[in-house]
Design a protein around this ligand. Sequence first.
Ligand code: SF4
Length: 461
Amino acid sequence: MALLRHTTGEIKERSALTVNPAKTCQPVGAMYAALGVHGCFPHSHGSQGCCAYHRSALTRHYKEPVVAGTSSFTEGSSVFGGQSNLISAIDNIFTLYDPETIAIHTTCLSETIGDDLRQISQKAIDDGKVPAGKHIVYANTPSYIGTHVTGYANMVKGIVKGFTKKSGTPNGKVNIIPGFCEPSDMAEFRRIAGQMGVEILMAPDTNGVLNGPLDGHYQMYPKGGATVEEITSMGDSVGTLGLGRWATTDAVNYLDSEFKVPGKVLGLPIGLKATDRFVNELRLMSGTDVPESINFERGQVVDIISDYSQYFYGKKVTMAGDPDQLLALVEFVITLGMIPAYTVTGTSGKYFDERMKELLKDVPYDCKFKSGGEADMYLLHQWIKNDPVDLLIGNTYLKYIARDEDTPLVRHGFPILDRVGHQYFPTVGYAGAMRLMEKFLGAIMDREDRDAPETKFELQM
Ligand code: SF4
């Protein structure tokens, strides 16, 4: 916090240096995706420190105990390879914790020494360490490239690759591969599909795993999560919708090329237009109509926009987070008449820059954005030092900048360590759009109330 006080508005070109990154590491995303499979035990193939960090990042965000194993590398395994550690770990995990599946991901260390997960997993099977009816899936997640979003995408592909088959008998269902979003968002995808009468297979699905009830009984494997049978059946579906370009494209393409299940990748359906696209694609893919109940919710979103547009209009917003979430949020705040003045994501991708240019082309402001390693919260802070904004949107780490600059903050994305709600209330779909508008308006109007002179302090805005 004290260090942030020394941030100046003097921006210098820099490379190979990230200060306060707008990202976290690959295995965090891989572990999160693994928890979206029912009865799955995530396993970190690396040293204990990495695993402790990944577990704690998820536990602190969800306030649920996240359990995972580690190959517990020592100096010996770091030099000679971690094969024997991993095979012992697989044996111990199945013996002691009896999961249906172990989902293994690598870390920087095991990647650097070149451990081959495919070969080690096969050896574990050949050595009889994987009991009948149990499974291993795996993904490479070197964190010196990519971010938690890449790690999520890699594990989602690993899960699909490990389980999905084509039986030849069509199941008439639509596959949904959610991007990196909350359990509440995944529940909302299911609710929307249910309203439309569309049968879906969704994986991963962390609803019921990381937002379950407290009932006095600890369950190592809660009721939620996509079952192995469901993921297996994805090869017989009529199509796949991926919701998030960074997080789902690989899995969608795999289902398409391997099983001829046609896929379409959309953005995360955050906001009015993105939700319209999601509902429309679901309608087209399933051959159903949009029911009145969905039109009703959409109408409520439009009503709020119309009633409160004067409070949104012209407000400058700064955002940091994941690219799939940011592109949708930027489009949504533009729909509301706000100005997405400054945006950074630590996850790189050419598409981010292209899509941002497209979204911003009619915004009458010199908006700035950046993606990749140097697109960090330090740069974001410098930008707003030179040009203050009305609202910040991003994870808990932005609270330091919010306090330093005395700017309201709406928490969104990962991680959120100091507020509740993200696990239980969606920000996707029309219901999510309403929740986001409520949060934006709450922050903007609370600030206006705080700063209003006596003569302008009104009961009604
Ligand atoms: S060493 Fe790599 S995998 Fe481990 S915590 Fe650090 S960035 Fe993540």
